[in-house]
Design a protein around this ligand. Structure first.
Ligand code: NAD
Length: 474
């Protein structure tokens, strides 16, 4: 006899744990299943984000940023130190401690909310039954009036660069190098390639990033990408565009990476190779025969705009469905579905999901880019403000980058905000908020911003849309 629940959630990552906690808050009897095992060999909740994604990568980005600043920025402040050294073991240990705090935190939240966790692999059967193969070898069946699939995503493996977890790694391996590789190659100049490439570059590795596309960060605003590329080059990140890798070989503790670009075939010899060419929905083995839930050609669970699969009581959220693979998009979908199940309104506006790349400078945006608006023939105007003219940024020694506001040419409604520079992972939310409230550039320009702060760059950029920025010549 299957155990009965109001809601059974498959996956305890960002989308899954938000769904489970919100469902429990709303008085629904909830179970949540997760198959992951932590570095300590014990079951770990929290998904990719908490175990091997957002949180550990930010821990390493922060450690490496401190080390880089010590060598490159402190001198300008008159602070000198001799013989700065990095102890990789301590840095990784700090990261592991943070991960444990947060994965353990989810277990505590589940307990406090009376959510029953199941540790093992869950497979959806017909009739809203989830069969769980538990780590102790036993099997249990859970019947949910509702089942929420939040299975997440896995790294894409290239057939010619199989992960061996020593020389050729994915993001998980690149979070756990035991020493700084002398030479690191990265395939893919996307979010993971840039963030983890930056970590090891700042710690002293020679980092070469091979990107198949001819343009750098084509999804970002073109001016943002250009500014970021210039800064990455200054930092010594060697980003090679139009570089298509065709072969890799591990020989005598070195990885030989063969790629071709406009000049022909080349081979790069490195000590470690990180493959960061995107992620795919983790839908393998998730659905038994006859559930009625469909996968699309990319292996994603098919859902409508409310994350419903079309099968009564079966929903899917987060990285395993359409839309950007971002933890916070999963957060919102998890909450929305729990609320819909409880009979409340639940909705996620995919048009206002912010993007952030945690490099130095940080890159962030929300809404449409100029390129997109041109392609869609939407008339627009822009206003921007450089951090080089902002008192607070200059006082911090962080003059790189800018904020750009894009508004509709006629209505002035904000259509996008694009930022590159210090602290923009926080500033982008002014754009998100303004867009959620259908705000105009003029609305943002009339909101008092504290001085001296970084957020004044947003204020001046909004004022600049109507050519009335105070701190620059319009
Ligand atoms: P990505 O899609 O961001 O970038 C992959 C890059 O690899 C692309 O530029 C692509 O053109 C390139 N590429 C693909 N095949 C290639 C090949 N054979 N040779 C050379 N280049 C190739 O993917 P990612 O960086 O692996 O990240 C995976 C997902 O995780 C993304 O959806 C991302 O949004 C998410 N993520 C987000 C954050 C964040 O929000 N800060 C951080 C990490 C990961």
């Amino acid at each position: 006899m299957a155990e009965q629940f109001d809601v059974v959630v498959i996956g305890s990552g960002p989308a899954g744990y938000h769904a489970a906690i919100r469902a429990a808050q709303l008085g629904l009897k909830t179970a949540c299943i997760d198959a992951a095992i932590g570095k300590d060999g014990k079951p770990a909740l929290g998904g990719t984000c908490l175990r091997v994604g957002c949180i550990p990568s930010k821990a390493l980005l922060d450690s490496s940023r401190q080390f880089w600043n010590l060598q490159h920025l402190f001198g300008d402040h008159g602070i000198t130190t001799k013989d700065a050294k990095i102890d990789v073991g301590t840095m990784i240990g700090r990261k592991d401690k943070i991960v444990k705090q947060f994965t353990g935190g989810i277990a505590l939240l589940f307990k406090a909310n009376k959510i029953t966790p199941y540790y093992g692999f869950g497979q959806l059967q017909p009739g809203n039954i989830v069969k769980v193969k538990q780590h102790d070898g036993t099997e249990v069946e859970l019947k949910g009036i509702n089942v929420i699939i939040a299975a997440g995503s896995d790294s894409i493996e290239l057939p010619f660069a199989k992960f061996d977890n020593e020389y050729i790694v994915d993001n998980v391996g690149a979070l756990d190098f035991t020493s700084v590789p002398k030479r690191l190659a990265v395939i893919g100049a996307g979010v993971i390639g840039l963030e983890l490439g930056s970590v090891w570059k700042r710690l002293g590795a020679e980092v070469t990033i091979l990107e198949a596309l001819p343009d750098f960060l084509p999804a970002a605003d073109a001016e943002v990408s250009k500014t970021a590329a210039k800064e990455f080059k200054k930092q010594g990140l060697d980003i090679r565009l139009g570089a298509k890798v065709s072969k890799t070989e591990v020989k005598k503790k070195e990885v030989h990476v063969t790629y071709s670009d406009a000049e022909g075939e080349k081979t790069l010899v490195v000590d470690r190779l990180l493959v960061a060419v995107g992620r795919k929905a983790a839908s393998k083995g998730l659905l038994a025969e006859g559930t009625g839930v469909k996968l699309n050609e990319r292996g994603q669970v098919e859902v409508d705009e409310h994350c419903h699969t079309g099968v009564d009581g079966v929903w899917a959220v987060g990285d395993c469905v359409r839309g950007p693979m971002l933890a916070h998009k999963g957060f919102e979908e998890g909450i929305a579905v729990a609320e819909l199940i409880a009979g409340l309104p639940g909705h996620v506006n995919l048009d206002t999901v912010p993007w952030v790349i945690y490099t130095e400078p940080e890159i962030a945006w929300v809404g449409k880019t100029e390129q997109q608006l041109k392609a869609e023939s939407i008339p627009y105007k822009t206003g921007s403000f450089p951090f080089a003219a902002l008192g607070r940024a200059v006082a911090m020694g962080e003059p790189v980058g800018f904020v750009k506001v894009i508004a509709h040419e006629e209505t002035d409604r904000i259509l996008g905000m694009h930022l590159v520079g210090v602290g923009v992972s926080e500033l982008v939310h002014e754009g998100v908020l303004a867009m959620e409230f259908s705000g105009s550039a003029d609305d943002l320009a009339r909101i008092c911003h504290a001085h001296p702060t970084l957020s004044e760059a947003v204020h001046d950029a909004a004022m600049s849309v109507a050519k009335r920025s105070i701190h620059k010549v319009n």
